[in-house]
Every structure is written in structure tokens, then in C-alpha cells.
Design a protein around this ligand. Structure first.
Ligand code: FEO
Length: 395
């Protein structure tokens, strides 16, 4: 049995990357990542997406395993980010007669990145392409994750080639479809992938979900992670919830601390949250934890409390970086509180107040600002902040 044939005539030809340390040179990959590509064999052979340039040889080997000396007639490009498109020029060299299929924005990028502008087919939303016994339909889904992003649907087998949507970090170790794999490691990695890569584009994901809502889908072939069949309702639900910025009742406390004083405030707040019935509390020391995990939990939980020492009249650098990442993703609907510390002139709390105002969140009116070390009065202020947060989350 060849498990790379996902459904009859649709083959997995993607590759695993266990070498890259950081996706986009930003996000750690403890479980690696897969670059998924697919080959549809019909009267015309169609390759859907390619792979990172470091894996072109393996992609070509996988294609040869399926079609031998046969040729590829069409390359459908759902997404141009180079983790999927960087092999295009090499695939074109091997299959020079192949027609490259994309929308107007795709083809502009194909020319810009790879200098290719001949033998292309420009498609619009809803266009169909007959490849023999099957027809492919193209749905433009801009900003999931780039402006040229589209999805390709095969109504005959009810397969959706979804680009980055419904994807996650994690290599495909042996199995390819969700029923062939232990899917345990992928669920948190899906939230982390979404939060970090696609997180800014919630409204675009919602528009795409609406556009696809009438399609009957039995298989989702994303560009990263398992092929979804059994778990489609779960996967669509995760993307739907995250793109609506829907969150669970819990609290993230993200703090910077140079010598432990601001950390003491964080601990005090966490204890009082727990004393007031909040069980889901995650503390992140921003100097220790990679921001991708902090963002993952900020997407997950409704309460967010940020603390920072004053550093050269500004926020602690790692806190500054974190709030920039949060602002970039335009995360909505959080209940927010903040605290800070200083030694001779306070600035952190002032900067966090500006951040809170810019995010238009529900912000608690009780920030805590500590001068130098902990006092009974500051402790009580920390507890008050925690009680207010607990009360809001229970409303
Ligand atoms: Fe996996 Fe947006 O590329």
C-alpha cells in the first residue's frame, strides 16, 4: 500500500524539514515543519505548490516516484511565499512545457521572484480548469496569508488544497493523513502557527471561511502539517475561533524582570488570581520564553497582564518587542491590566498605558507602579488588580 496516494489520483509529494531552526528565521521549530506539495494524475498531470529551495531534489524525486518519465502539464501556485515557491524555477527547468497557473498577483510575483512570465495561465475567483476526468476550481482568498493566496478545490474528490490555511508546524513522521498519525503534537503547534504566521489576518480568514462554506470538503490538503480528513471539524473550528479572536477564560502574565522585583509583582498577582478561582494562568518571563509561545497563549486566553521594569526611560526591551508583536497582530477583545517598576524615574507604566489605549481593549483602571522594592502597600495593589481581573473574567 502506498500511503502517499491520499485519495485516488492525488499524491502527496511534499517534504519534511528537520534542519531549519526558525521558520521565517523567527519562530522555533521544535517538531520541524513540512512543506506539502501534491501531484494530481489525470489526462493532465498537475502539481499543486512546490517546496523550500533546500528540498527541491527531494520534491523532484517524489514527483518521479509517481509519474516516472511522464511530464507535468500544470503547476498550480496557491501561495508564493518562498517556503512553497522557491522550487518553481527548478521544476520549470525539468518540465519546460509546464503551464504555471495563478491569479494576477501570483503571476506578478512569479515574474518578480523568478523572472518567469511565459507559459502562464491567469485565473480569477471561481474559474475552472478541466484536467481530464477532474475539474479544478480556484478560490481567491487574499491575505490568508499573502495578497495572492488562493485555494484550489477538486469537486470530484471533494479535496481542498488550502495553502497555509489549516496548516501547522510539525513534520509528517511516517503517516501523512490525520488517521495515519498520532495528531497530539499538532494541536498546540497549530495555534502557535496561526498566532505567529496568520494571526494578523483574522478578518481575511473569516472571509475565506465564508467563501468556502458551501463546499463539501472531505480532505483538506494544506501546505504545512497533516492532511486533514477525520479532524476537519476540529481544524476548521480552531481556525474559526482564532480568526474571530475568541478566547478562553484564563490569564497570561507576561513580564520582564532584571533582578526579580517585577517578577515578585507577577507572582503576587498570579497567587491572588488563583485565590479568586482562576485556574488557567500562564506566567511568561519574556527574557526566557520565546515570543511565539507567549503569542500562542495570548491568542488562547482572554486575560492579559503585562509587567515591565523601566529601562533607560523606556519599557524593558523584550516587553517592548512583545507589545509590538501584539499590536502588529491587531489582537482584539482582550481584558488587559499592567504593572511596572522603576528605581529613580518611572516610565514603564506610562508606556503600557499608551499601549493599552492604542489597542482599545477592556483595560482595568488599576495599574500598579512600584518604586524599588516590594512593600505591603504594593502587594495589596497587586492583589486588587488580580481580584478585578478575576471578576471581569467571570462576568
Ligand atoms: Fe507557508 Fe505563507 O507560507
Amino acid at each position: 500500500m502506498n500511503i502517499t496516494e491520499i485519495v485516488k489520483g492525488i499524491h502527496y509529494v511534499g517534504v519534511n524539514d528537520r534542519n531549519k531552526h526558525k521558520f521565517e528565521n523567527l519562530w522555533p521549530l521544535p517538531y520541524g515543519v513540512s512543506y506539502n506539495a501534491y501531484l494530481i494524475t489525470d489526462e493532465k498531470n498537475v502539481l499543486v505548490d512546490t517546496a523550500d529551495a533546500a528540498y527541491t531534489d527531494r520534491l523532484l524525486d517524489n514527483i518521479t516516484d509517481v509519474i516516472g518519465d511522464g511530464k507535468i502539464d500544470y503547476l498550480v501556485i496557491n501561495h508564493m511565499e518562498p517556503d512553497h515557491s522557491a522550487s518553481i524555477q527548478f521544476i520549470r527547468q525539468k518540465y519546460p512545457q509546464m503551464t504555471i497557473v495563478g491569479n494576477a498577483k501570483t503571476l506578478e510575483m512569479v515574474k518578480g521572484y523568478y523572472g518567469i512570465d511565459d507559459n502562464t495561465l491567469c485565473v480569477k475567483n471561481g474559474d475552472c480548469l478541466s484536467i481530464g476526468n477532474r475539474t479544478l476550481t480556484f478560490y481567491l482568498t487574499p491575505m490568508v496569508h499573502w495578497p495572492e493566496t488562493m485555494m484550489t478545490y477538486c469537486p470530484d474528490e471533494k479535496v481542498l488544497f488550502s495553502g497555509d490555511a489549516f496548516g501547522c508546524f510539525g513534520t509528517l513522521d511516517g503517516g501523512i493523513t490525520d488517521s495515519q498519525l498520532n495528531t497530539g503534537k499538532y494541536w498546540n503547534e497549530m495555534v502557535r502557527y496561526y498566532s505567529n504566521i496568520v494571526g494578523k489576518y483574522g478578518p481575511a480568514v473569516q472571509m475565506a471561511l465564508k467563501k468556502l462554506s458551501d463546499l463539501e470538503i472531505k480532505t483538506i490538503c494544506s501546505t504545512h502539517g497533516p492532511i486533514w480528513q477525520d479532524e476537519i471539524p476540529n481544524v476548521v473550528n480552531i481556525y474559526d475561533r482564532l480568526s474571530r479572536y475568541e478566547a478562553e477564560p484564563g490569564v497570561v502574565i507576561a513580564y520582564g524582570s532584571m533582578y526579580g522585583h517585577t517578577e515578585q509583582m507577577a507572582e503576587e498577582i498570579a497567587r491572588e488570581l488563583a485565590a479568586n478561582g482562576i485556574k488557567e494562568i500562564v506566567l511568561h518571563n519574556v527574557s526566557h520564553d520565546d515570543p511565539s509561545y507567549i503569542l500562542q497563549n495570548i491568542f488562547r486566553y482572554r486575560g492579559l497582564i503585562i509587567g515591565s521594569p523601566t529601562y533607560s526611560n523606556k519599557l524593558f526591551p523584550a516587553v517592548e518587542s512583545l507589545i509590538n508583536m501584539i499590536a502588529t497582530r491587531e489582537i482584539k477583545g482582550r481584558t488587559f491590566a499592567y504593572f511596572g517598576s522603576y528605581t529613580w524615574a518611572g516610565a514603564a507604566v506610562k508606556h503600557l498605558a499608551s499601549f493599552a489605549e492604542s489597542m482599545k481593549w477592556d483595560t482595568l483602571p488599576c495599574p500598579v507602579e512600584m518604586k524599588q522594592g516590594m512593600t505591603p502597600d504594593i502587594k495589596e495593589h497587586c492583589r486588587l488588580l488580580a481580584r478585578e481581573m478575576a471578576a471581569r473574567l467571570k462576568e
